[in-house]
Design a protein. Structure first.
Length: 353
């Protein structure tokens, strides 16, 4: 089997992109196959590749690609999280799919429509610039049904008080793209952007404890990937500073799904992101983000609705993130799966999304 290793700018690790038509989709049957792949990656010095994407041309008429994400976890080659998604890996998959000739040659203005099998997300990758084995994109996360902003709150509340060994922390638990915990960086003692971007192991461990408290509140396993967590700072007009935790270290920027979730959260009155965004003078439908490795911008489409006076009944249609670059690094012949074949039983595909 041929796999491609691709890197999206700002991602903590590259993604290995595999042919989804030749692999099972359910976790029980997929785990032993991916364990073989992960052991092989480690044997050739590529053990740092912790993101796995199963991609195939979509049989659905509204999409170009079907995409399934798997996060490899520390602690052993057979440890994986099959939930959630990864926007950076979606971009890596688009670049790889073009290399496999599953897509027409990418060109500015072209759009690749991706169906995320993990959570049903609909993602459109619009090509801003195309080069050989790389491209720059604006990524649109679409809602296929009317979603009220209040529906994105994991506990139904704009903030929760999370009890940790380091004290009680105010946090907002929001889910779009992926579930996130957002906290105010100043409440962690980080009074300016240099302090946030230079924060070390002590702050990292404190953020992990907040994330674990959020997982406990949601009755989710502490050992999984979700919810993710990010600290936000309002240190200058016109933008928010962000520092996020990834697997198994600080994120070099912020996840694409994290940017999507944060942008949606800034539109929900009473949340930590909304309060800090208003302090920065940002509109509820536009966000400028600064990270350790650079900045990005995002925009949301929100329609006012009759209902709650605070706007939590307003409807979210889409969130878009610009300035995202992905490149193919290497095609790789995956020897352990050279003779592996998997055939899914045929099934009727519904015409509805």
């Amino acid at each position: 089997m041929i796999g491609h290793i691709a890197q999206a700018e700002g991602a903590p690790t590259p993604t290995i992109v595999l042919d989804g038509t030749r692999l099972p989709r359910d976790g029980a049957r997929l785990r032993p196959v991916l364990t073989v792949i992960r052991k092989w990656l480690e044997s050739i010095g590529q053990g740092h590749v912790l993101k796995i994407a199963l991609v195939s041309p979509s049989a659905h008429p509204l999409f170009d690609l079907d995409y399934q994400f798997v996060q490899a976890l520390p602690g052993g080659p057979d440890r994986f999280d099959f939930r959630g998604s990864c926007g950076h890996s979606i971009l890596a998959s688009v670049i790889s799919a073009e290399e496999r000739n599953w897509l027409p040659r990418l060109s500015p203005g072209g759009r690749v429509r991706v169906k995320v099998l993990n959570n049903g997300d609909h993602v459109v990758c619009e090509v801003d610039e195309a080069r050989r084995r790389s491209g720059s994109f604006t990524v649109h996360f679409l809602q296929d049904t009317e979603v009220r902003l209040r529906d994105l709150l994991l506990t139904g509340r704009p903030t929760d008080q999370l009890v940790t060994p380091f004290g009680v922390h105010e946090a907002s638990l929001v889910s779009m793209g992926n579930p996130y915990v957002f906290v105010d960086a100043r409440r962690l003692g980080l009074e300016d952007e240099p302090a946030l971007f230079a924060a070390g192991d002590d702050v990292y461990e404190r953020m992990l404890s907040i994330r674990e408290a959020a997982a406990d509140l949601l009755n989710w396993p502490r050992t999984g990937t979700f919810p993710k967590i990010a600290a936000l700072g309002c240190y200058a007009p016109g933008r928010l500073s962000v520092r996020a935790v990834s697997v198994p270290k600080w994120h070099p920027s912020v996840a694409l799904t994290g940017t999507i979730c944060l942008t949606a959260a800034t539109g929900i009155a009473g949340t930590v992101p909304a309060r800090l965004a208003r302090d920065a003078g940002l509109a509820r439908d536009f966000l400028e983000i600064g990270t350790v490795s650079g900045g990005t911008a995002a925009k949301a489409s929100i329609t006012p609705a009759a209902g709650a006076a605070d706007g939590t009944d307003d409807v979210l249609h889409w969130v878009s993130v610009s300035r995202k670059l992905a490149r193919l690094t290497a095609p790789t012949d995956i020897v352990p799966l050279r003779d592996y074949h998997y055939q899914e039983d045929p099934a009727c595909l519904p015409l509805t999304v």
